[in-house]
Design a protein around this ligand. Structure first.
Ligand code: 5AD
Ligand code: SF4
Length: 437
């Protein structure tokens, strides 16, 4: 009988790609994917812990499986990734959810296959967390699920220790893959028909720092030089490492998308210092100026946190001011979430929830108005969209242009994976509506 797996993924693109690596391992064990937990012989939760609500989501969903597991004792439940990698969390998870069969972290994700085989032969749960990051792994076979886009890890981990962030604790120190391996993977993905490559790292700009390998802008150039029509994206860039060379690389390679995600987090120098971001708002604006000098139409997006410990009304106003000044194409906005073990968790003057809520509402309103302004400029124009999917609810195809703007349209035939020209008739906030021309 055929066996099925279902993977539930929380968090960032790094996790989305890790789930593709997990899917690759499960398919090597003979499992095929299914859409619901009820039909699955193995359910894997690939978790996130960047904010408290990400953890609460996972807790809720793992909790819901108790009944299903009681009815189907042979079903395997595995919980892995960032959440169990936190010190002491695996034990907490085991106590809270004794019916979970396998618990693993980020550093031993590649061993899930062994854990499944081990679990088949025993009653006790398999709990294994590897404290330290290992060597960068090559030669894996992820089962990709995001055609026409393919994710490619270039670095793992982070050395920045922003004071609010748990990532360095659960993903370990920064390690870079060798450029020859990355470029070979890119080449083979293009040969396989992928139309968009997204290079992933917590801070792609510090790629290969301290090694004899090439730097990030050169890596982009070498990949962009591969034959064929495709788009090249990357995320995320830390502003402190964003260089003029990178701006030049974007400017001189039409395959590199004209959108850069450059998280600023705050517009207040006092808060940026407390966040350990290692730049001031003026430094950030300077980087934007350099980027725009070479790529004037580049869409810049960002991440923003409100309610960091000690954030005053003045600090928040500085954030609003900077957001207006840069005129971001869009932004992800977050309420600060206290993460145990980080430096900021120990800071005095944690901000009351109602204050943070009021601030985030004001910020979201501002960001939305900027996004609407950007979208409105598209009306009446034609843009090239890489079709990436079909929205069942709306009955429309969708895809993004080189600036990262999402467009929706009708089509008689399936155009997923094709470049199409869209004449934009309407702009609704973040998305565009139009007709193929
Ligand atoms: N609270 C709120 N937002 C956070 N981020 C990271 N850590 C936290 C936290 N503790 C946000 C940052 C980062 C994005 C991925 O998540 O804005 O850029
Ligand atoms: Fe977290 Fe800062 Fe590293 Fe980004 S750069 S992952 S925010 S510590």
């Amino acid at each position: 009988m055929e066996k099925h797996y279902h993977i539930v993924t929380y968090g960032c693109q790094m996790n989305v790609h890790d789930s593709e690596r997990i899917a690759g391992m499960l398919s090597e064990l003979g499992y095929t994917s299914c859409d619901s937990m009820e039909d699955a012989d193995i359910v894997v939760f690939n978790t996130c812990c960047i904010r408290e609500n990400a953890e609460n989501h996972a807790y809720g969903n793992i909790g819901m499986l108790k009944k299903l597991k009681a009815a189907r004792r042979d079903m395997i439940i595995a919980v892995g990734g960032c959440m169990p990698q936190q010190i002491g969390k695996a034990d907490i998870l085991h106590k809270k959810f004794p019916y979970v069969d396998i618990i693993f972290g980020t550093h031993n994700l590649d061993r899930l296959k062994d854990y499944i085989l081990a679990k088949r032969g025993r009653k006790k749960a398999v709990i294994e967390i590897q404290e330290k990051e290992g060597e960068v792994k090559e030669g894996e076979h992820p089962l990709r699920t995001s055609y026409p886009n393919a994710w490619i890890n270039i670095t793992y981990g982070c050395n920045n220790f922003c004071s609010y962030c748990i990532v360095p604790y659960v993903r370990g120190r920064e390690r870079s893959r060798r450029s020859e391996n990355v470029i070979a993977e890119a080449r083979s993905l293009i040969a396989d028909g992928y139309k968009e490559l997204t290079l992933l790292g917590q801070n792609v700009n510090s790629y290969a720092n301290g090694t004899d390998d090439i730097r990030f802008p050169e890596m982009l150039e070498r990949i962009a030089a591969i034959d064929g029509k495709f788009r090249l994206r990357f995320m995320t860039s830390h502003p402190k490492d964003f260089s003029e060379e990178l701006a030049k690389a974007i400017a001189s390679n039409p395959k590199i998308c004209r959108c850069v995600h450059l998280p600023v987090q705050s517009g207040s120098d006092r808060i940026l210092k407390a966040m350990n971001r290692k730049y001031t708002s003026a430094d950030y604006l300077k980087k934007i100026e350099i980027l725009k000098k070479y790529v004037p139409d580049c869409a810049v997006t960002t991440d923003l946190i409100v309610g960091f410990p000690g954030e005053t009304d003045e600090d928040f106003k500085d954030t609003l001011k900077l957001v207006k000044e840069v005129g971001f194409a869009s932004a992800f906005t977050f309420v600060y979430s206290k993460r145990e073990g980080t430096v900021a968790a120990e800071m005095p003057d944690q901000i009351p929830e109602e204050v943070s809520k009021a601030r985030i509402m004001e910020l979201v309103e501002l960001v939305n108005s900027l996004t609407r302004e950007h979208s409105a400029k598209y009306v009446g124009k034609t843009c090239e969209i890489l079709c990436e999917g079909f929205d069942e609810k709306r009955g429309l195809f969708l895809g993004r242009d080189e600036f990262g703007r999402m467009g929706y349209f009708e089509s008689d035939k399936n155009v997923i994976g094709e470049f199409v020209n869209l004449r934009v008739d309407e702009a609704n906030g973040v998305s565009l509506m139009g007709k193929l021309v």
